[in-house]
Design a protein around this ligand. Structure first.
Ligand code: HAM
Length: 416
């Protein structure tokens, strides 16, 4: 038997219906914030992710699905959405007319070669959004507010935004120097990867999974102590804005995020202050890094699957349609022909209709009516059909009504 790959899953049944509901909530919310939908290709040039997400990040060094196609091109399955959206932004020269910000959102499968565990898969979905062209705290606040409201609209009330600032380029450099100075005397006590990270990108040592619990990491310098005046004022003003729009946040000085492209504010969304369900931040240098002009960017991505799992664990009511409108019971050839005709007609008029596709006897068709939770049923019979009529039965009240076949859709429209 061929089975699905480790860390992947099939989406079907109630789970598919629940995702439809979650998508509809997220789509409607993005519309309110005036973000347009974007979908990018599943694979891109490997260089795109190596240059943006960062050569020293775990995502690129250990987790990408890299392969060569038959034309010998180096390709990578997208591990995240931001780099792809930036590529799209540059390729379409959208920076040419920046009289308004460019705002897009996505709901896409991502691929990371991770050790599968609860909430971590190799194929997973991110709902995320990006904004280009604005470099002020108002766009920071809008992005945080959109992320925050998404979880709350999905029924997860106890949300805290963990937020930190990495500052502007000068602050980041000061901080980097401080980290190198701090870690150098301890470097033999850290893992092999961290030794390599020290010179290339000491920030990455801070989110090392191997050394996460070591005191060396816990006592490392904090970004906020290295912000210059401008970056500090900016961060304080952003926090004031978050107070103004009543976002529940907590400054988390240890938060640096696992991808290399961030500056200024970074944030993660926590449920019950213990479970991270998404993350984002500002990335003002990324468009330039990927070959475009200097255009600021900011965005966020939700771990979609984990969020849905938590909604289920918390018993949040996810409305799904688990009923059909009409079941047509038919036995003779003439009845089955008529069922096909009536079903075609009703479906085109917007009703959910099921028929007897297994040549089952009447008794087991009645069982299907209940299994499908059908609102109405029609037992077709040759006598009624001769008169172009059927008897429509309400499955709950058991009331019956004789209706002309051509009037069925209108009748159901007024009675449902
Ligand atoms: P990220 O923190 O790498 O950020 O991923 C965002 C979210 O995706 C995580 O918080 C997590 O919930 C979910 N996620 C990541 N890896 C997995 C996995 N293996 N299985 C299931 N869920 C996972 C980014 O990807 C950035 N592009 C976010 C961003 C957008 N920053 C600015 N704009």
């Amino acid at each position: 038997m061929i089975t699905k790959q480790k860390g992947t899953y099939d989406i079907y049944g109630d789970n598919a219906k629940k995702r439809e509901y979650v998508n509809s909530v997220l789509d409607a919310l993005c519309e309110k914030y005036n973000y347009g939908y974007i979908e990018t290709p599943v694979f891109e040039a490997s260089e795109l992710f190596h240059r943006s997400v960062g050569e020293t990040s775990d995502v690129v060094t250990k987790e990408t699905y890299d392969f060569k196609d038959r034309g010998d091109r180096d390709l990578t399955l997208r591990p995240e959405g931001t780099a792809s959206v930036v590529r799209w932004f540059i390729e379409n020269k959208l920076y040419g007319n920046m009289s308004d910000p460019v705002k897009v959102y996505y709901n896409m499968k991502m691929y990371r070669y991770e050790r599968p565990q609860k909430g971590r898969n190799r194929e997973f979905t991110q709902w995320g959004f990006e904004m280009f062209g604005s470099d002020n705290i108002y766009s920071d606040a809008e992005v945080i507010s959109l992320a925050y409201n998404a979880y709350r609209l999905l029924g997860l009330e106890d949300i805290t935004i963990h937020i930190n600032s990495l500052g502007d380029n000068e602050s980041r450099k000061n901080y980097r120097d401080a980290l190198i100075k701090y870690f150098r005397p301890h470097i033999d006590e850290l893992c092999d990867d961290c030794r390599e990270r020290l010179e290339k990108n000491p920030l990455r040592i801070l989110d090392c999974k191997v050394d996460a619990d070591s005191d060396i990491l816990k006592n490392a310098p904090r970004t906020l102590d290295y912000l210059n005046e401008e970056s500090k004022t900016r961060f304080d003003k952003l926090l004031d804005l978050l107070d103004l729009i009543e976002i529940n946040y907590q400054v988390d000085t240890s938060l640096v995020r696992g991808l290399d492209y961030y500056n200024h504010m970074v944030f993660e969304v926590y449920y019950k202050n213990s479970l991270a369900l998404g993350g984002g931040g500002r990335y003002n240098g990324l468009v330039e890094t990927l070959g475009g002009p200097s255009v600021p960017g900011v965005g966020f991505a939700m771990g979609y699957d984990r969020t849905l799992e938590v909604m289920e664990e918390e018993g949040i009511n996810i409305p799904i349609n688990d009923s059909i409108d009409v079941y047509l019971l038919a036995v003779s050839e003439n009845e089955k022909d008529s069922a096909t005709y009536i079903a075609q007609n009703l479906r085109l008029n917007g009703f959910i209709v099921e028929t007897n596709l297994l040549d089952k006897p009447l008794k087991s068709q009645f069982k299907s009516v209940d299994r499908y939770n059908s609102k109405y049923l029609i037992v077709l019979n040759d006598k009624d059909l001769e008169k172009n009529e059927v008897v429509l039965k309400d499955n709950k009240t058991k009331e019956e009504e004789r209706v002309e076949i051509n009037d069925l859709a209108d009748y159901l429209d007024t009675h449902m």
